[in-house]
Design a protein around this ligand. Structure first.
Ligand code: ADP
Length: 582
């Protein structure tokens, strides 16, 4: 069962881009101003050349020509220098924005309800963190600045062309219809066409990999012919898909070329006509034609980058969608009045309409040890997760000191109750950082105390850099038992009054387990413990045993009471005891 994470709509994306832009007004306007200046410097040439043509017509001196060439060189150098700084500033801005986007995304991802991550998690979330972030990175770093520059240049060039004379607007307008029609025609078909093309590549790969991996089977069953045919089929489909996109390009590109050339030619013809009528000077026609020709490059870039920007916007929509997952925790601001954990008529479902807990009541005494036993799939782990405040119940309540666990901010919740599982992740960072994340701001002494409590101080201090030793992936390797100790020390530091224990030590090898058992015992000392017991002998030591069957607490009482009562616990105990004594 997978749920998909939402995708933000266009309005949200626009609004977000707006906020991002407004966060750095100085850099944004600085970069824009530089781009404008660079574009303006580039616009001097046609004017100067126009003047040159005109002066040649009227008779000129070599000095005059030299001056104009000198001026051209100055503007060229100015444009180069300005462009360099404009690009530099845009890149810095791009990186800055990208970093903020990533931070926002990480925040949003970390705020996702655990249940959502588990359901949609690996596939969708990973694609978003990798592919969409990459795509967006490309858009923000390259496409967006290039596009902005192209737009600025195009607008300014057009304005410059108009200043030569209003008549220039007419030939420019002639280029618009083929441009718009061609673009719409292409964009409507291109996305699907290219998607299909890449899908056929994946298909070729899939078939080929399958054939190679199953080579023995293929040979044994004489499937060779059929596999070859399957590959031929895939290649044929790919050929057709490529032909289609090629067809799109063979229509689109010439169409664009024509759309670009029409204005230039029209300017020349129209300008020439006006010149023969004595309406405009030869210099003006020269400048106008050069400007209109200069428009081609930025317009072409605007068009070709549009595609990339669309992809970037789609990725951004997917990244922002993560923030739209409704939170399943609602901080109420109420303070717990005690340490007592209570479940009241709790029902819960992972999949709508299929409850796995059917009305569970459980009052846990402060300092009490409760063991949960029962057949696998009965709902023990689920109940444990609810008692640790990871999921909210569908109906009913799970409270600490009268306040719902999911009403507490996460940081507060961890000070009340924590879930201990056999998943013990060592994060990349120093040993200290690994512990302190349980309680930010802890002193080194507190960290040492926590390590000492779980019997881990000795080996940590023996590490080359002690608390500063880097562990986690890429850092110093720690054993599974050491990782578990780090996780336990984290708990000591967080210091919750209640622990929910799920198979805490069952995966550790027996020798390490005995050692860990001591560490664990130290952590459990003085706390309320709800243990999901997979070995009955720990149930024997508990204050009370809860037998979970089919999403309900079927039996609840001390070991002796339950054995006395002769229910399913008694039967379990009998068979286990009987087996262990033979
Ligand atoms: P136990 O810990 O007693 O073995 P669980 O609490 O793990 O039982 O499971 C109770 C029921 O909930 C089972 O039917 C299981 O298939 C179902 N379940 C557990 N986790 C999920 C999940 N993430 N999504 C959907 N169903 C789940």
């Amino acid at each position: 069962m997978t749920t998909h994470l939402p995708v933000a709509d266009t309005r949200t994306v626009r609004k977000y881009v707006g906020t991002l832009a407004r966060r750095h007004p100085r850099m944004l306007y600085g970069a824009l101003a530089l781009h404008v200046a660079a574009a303006v410097a580039g616009l001097a040439a046609p004017r100067l050349l126009g003047g040159l043509v005109e002066s040649v017509e009227q008779g000129t001196t070599t000095d005059h020509v030299d001056t104009i060439i000198g001026l051209l060189a100055v503007f060229l150098v100015a444009q180069t220098v300005l462009t360099r700084f404009a690009r530099y500033l845009s890149q810095v801005l791009g990186e800055q924005v990208l970093a903020e986007l990533r931070e926002d995304f990480v925040d949003n991802t970390l705020a996702l309800p655990v249940g959502v991550v588990e359901d949609a998690g690996s596939g969708d979330l990973l694609t978003r963190t990798s592919r969409d972030v990459d795509q967006l990175g490309w858009s923000v770093r390259m496409a967006l600045p290039e596009w902005t520059i192209a737009v600025v240049t195009a607008v300014l060039t057009f304005v410059a062309a108009i200043t030569v004379g209003w008549w220039v607007a007419l030939p420019c307008l002639l280029g618009v219809p083929p441009l718009v029609i061609g673009l719409r025609w292409y964009l409507k078909r291109a996305k699907d066409g290219y998607l299909r093309e890449s899908a056929t590549y994946s298909q070729i790969n899939a078939t080929l990999t399958e054939t190679v991996e199953g080579a023995r089977t293929v040979e044994a069953l004489g499937l060779g012919e059929r596999r070859v045919r399957a590959s031929d089929d895939d290649i044929h489909k790919s050929y057709l898909a490529e032909r289609y996109t090629l067809y799109l390009r063979t229509v689109f590109f010439p169409n664009m070329e024509i759309a670009y050339l029409i204005p230039t030619v029209a300017t020349l013809l129209f300008g020439g006509y006006l010149y023969t009528q004595g309406q405009v000077s030869l210099g003006a026609v020269t400048a106008a034609t050069l400007y209109v020709q200069m428009l081609i490059d930025p317009v072409d870039r605007i068009v070709s980058i549009l595609d990339e920007l669309q992809l970037g916007a789609a990725s951004l929509a997917r990244l922002l969608g993560v923030a739209q997952v409704p939170d399943d925790r609602e901080v109420s601001g109420r303070e717990p009045t005690g340490e007592q954990i209570a479940a009241d008529d709790v029902r819960f479902s992972y999949v709508e309409g299929r409850d796995v807990l059917h009305g569970v009541d459980l009052d846990v005494g402060v300092g009490e040890r409760i063991a949960m036993v029962g057949p696998s799939g009965a709902g023990k782990s689920t109940l444990g997760r609810l008692l640790a405040g990871i999921h909210p119940p569908r109906t009913g309540s799970v409270t600490v000191g009268g306040v719902g666990l999911t009403e507490l901010p996460l940081d507060d919740l961890r000070g009340h109750v924590a879930l201990v599982t056999q998943e013990h992740h060592v994060f990349v960072g120093s040993v200290r950082e690994n512990l302190v994340l349980a309680r930010p701001g802890s002193s080194d002494d507190q960290v040492r105390e926590a390590l000492d409590a779980v019997d881990a101080l000795d080996w940590v201090e023996a590490l080359p850099e002690g608390l500063d030793t880097e562990v986690g992936s890429g850092g110093r390797a720690v054993t599974a038992a050491q990782a578990q100790q780090i996780a336990l020390a984290r708990l000591v530091l967080a210091d919750p009054h209640t622990l929910v224990l799920d198979e805490a030590t069952s995966l550790i090898d027996p020798r390490a387990a005995r050692h860990l058992e001591r560490s664990l015992a130290a952590v459990l000392e003085g706390r309320t413990v709800i243990a999901i017991a997979h070995r009955l002998f720990s149930a024997h030591d508990a204050d009370r045993v809860a037998v979970v069957e089919d999403g309900r607490i079927a039996e609840l009482g001390s070991h002796d009471e339950l054995v006395e009562a002769g229910g399913s616990y008694a039967a379990l105990w009998d068979s286990w005891h009987g087996r262990s004594s033979t």
